[in-house]
Design a protein around this ligand. Structure first.
Ligand SMILES: Nc1ncnc2c1ncn2[C@@H]1O[C@H](COP(=O)(O)OP(=O)(O)OP(=O)(O)O)[C@@H](O)[C@H]1O
Length: 290
């Protein structure tokens, strides 16, 4: 199966002689990439995301590649005749999990997003924010190779927003690709591998320096044998102030993944300190890209 997803000269319009919403779009999403899509209202961002998620077919051009995909649409159909745990367990079995494993995964994701207290409440009775947590959990449950997020942070509380950022970092660290649209310019600021702007039906890769604030960051100090380098996640800056001691500066969204990798290493790294810091400037040439 081809894990990269490719759009070749793709166009989309909604009626036979209607205006082209998108036209001449060429885009490749590779495994492990984090891609931001931006643009003003009504320019076609959601249309592009639906093409990437393959919930919509292009009017012209070609979409190729079949990564296992999960999608959080801008509007999640929350009036479903299920409870959150029932819905997620059902989806888990559709994704090939046993019923017991699916129920466990459902519980885990609902707990992570602070939705455990209403796991057994009918979804028709949930608030918008609560059903958004279910929308996000249904996508993450599948451990997709491509995760497409259309304003998925909207309506989530602060803790759940942070949790979703961490989940995005986990997906990319596991080799999955993530494409997202979010109205907040500081969302995962400084972390995307590329940002594309939809404008006048076309897609332009942004090349200018990101001006939005970058951060927050976490600084992790670790110690290990002098001849070993610690594992890093994308956008880690690694310094070695003394032989065998490393100072790793990483976006806060990625710090849990980094700590997990450090502790899972054999032998594990000794974590000396973990400090949350305000947005330092990390010159691009010092970043440790994997
Ligand atoms: N299902 C549809 N049928 C007809 N027209 C549609 C449909 N979906 C989108 N459009 C039109 O396509 C254009 C692009 O819409 P789209 O939702 O993709 O933009 P967007 O950038 O995501 O907008 P927003 O930021 O407001 O969510 C708009 O003019 C919209 O009215």
């Amino acid at each position: 199966m081809q894990r990269a997803l490719r759009l070749d000269d793709v166009g989309r319009r909604y009626t036979i002689r209607g205006p082209w919403v998108l036209r001449g779009i060429d885009l490749t999403i590779n495994a492990g990439e984090l891609i931001r899509v931006e643009g003003t209202n009504g320019t076609g961002k959601s249309t592009l995301l639906r093409l990437l998620a393959r919930t919509e077919a292009p009017t012209e051009g070609r979409v190729s590649g079949r990564p296992r995909t999960a999608y959080v649409p801008e509007r999640f159909p929350s009036a479903l005749p299920f409870t959150p745990v029932g819905y997620l367990t059902h989806l888990g079995t559709v994704h090939g999990l046993t019923r017991a494993a699916a129920a466990r995964a459902a519980d885990d994701w609902l707990t992570r997003f602070g939705a455990a207290p209403y796991a057994r409440t009918p979804m028709t009775q949930l608030s918008k924010g609560s059903s958004q947590k279910v929308a996000v959990a249904q996508a993450l449950l599948a451990e997709p190779e491509l995760l497409v997020l259309d304003e998925a942070w909207t309506g989530l509380d602060t803790e759940a927003r942070g949790e979703l950022e961490r989940a995005v970092a986990e997906r990319t660290a596991a080799g999955g690709a993530v494409v997202f649209v979010d109205h907040d310019p500081s969302r995962l600021a400084g972390v995307p591998d590329a940002t594309y702007r939809v404008h006048d039906g076309t897609l332009n890769r942004r090349t200018e320096q990101v001006t939005s604030p970058v951060g927050p960051y976490v600084v992790v100090e670790v110690q290990g044998p002098p001849d070993r380098r610690p594992p890093t996640v994308p956008h880690t800056r690694a310094e070695e102030p003394t032989p065998g001691t490393y100072r790793l500066t990483v976006p806060a969204s990625h710090s849990d993944v980094l700590l997990r990798d450090l502790l899972a290493a054999r032998p594990p790294w000794h974590v000396l300190s973990v400090i949350r810091a305000d947005a330092p400037h990390i010159p691009h040439d010092q970043e440790d890209h994997r």
